[in-house]
Unconditional design. Structure first.
Length: 117
């Protein structure tokens, strides 16, 4: 399963760091990433890193957010700087992994990020 943490309330211009740890049956990870869903909007990709290190960011967060992972490639981090009110959303961790040669998805429980003065 995926365990996410690190959300909270922050003022505009502030920073937060999200963490997502994979455990259990999630071992052959193809990619990890963060998605977010604001009220009334669809879930969207924020940042994603593949096993080989290819990183993708949403245009809206480029230059402000940084995705990284630990040496085991089973924990992903999202450093969010220069936060804006429009970054307010529930952030979901995602892992794409192989089990029995089938590519599967796993989602974390979601963590609320609120950017407000």
């Amino acid at each position: 399963q995926l365990q996410a943490s690190g959300g909270g309330l922050v003022q505009p211009g502030g920073s937060l760091r999200l963490s997502c740890a994979a455990s259990g049956s999630i071992s052959k990870i193809n990619a990890m990433g963060w998605y977010r869903q604001a009220p009334g909007k669809e879930r969207e990709l924020v940042a994603r890193v593949t096993y080989g290190g290819i990183i993708t960011y949403a245009n809206s967060v480029k230059g402000r957010f940084t995705i990284s992972r630990d040496a085991t490639r089973t924990t992903a981090y999202l450093q969010m700087d220069s936060l804006k009110p429009e970054d307010t959303a529930v952030y979901y961790c995602n892992a794409e992994y192989y089990r029995d040669y089938v590519l599967r998805d796993s989602w974390g429980q979601g963590t609320q990020v609120t950017v407000s003065s």
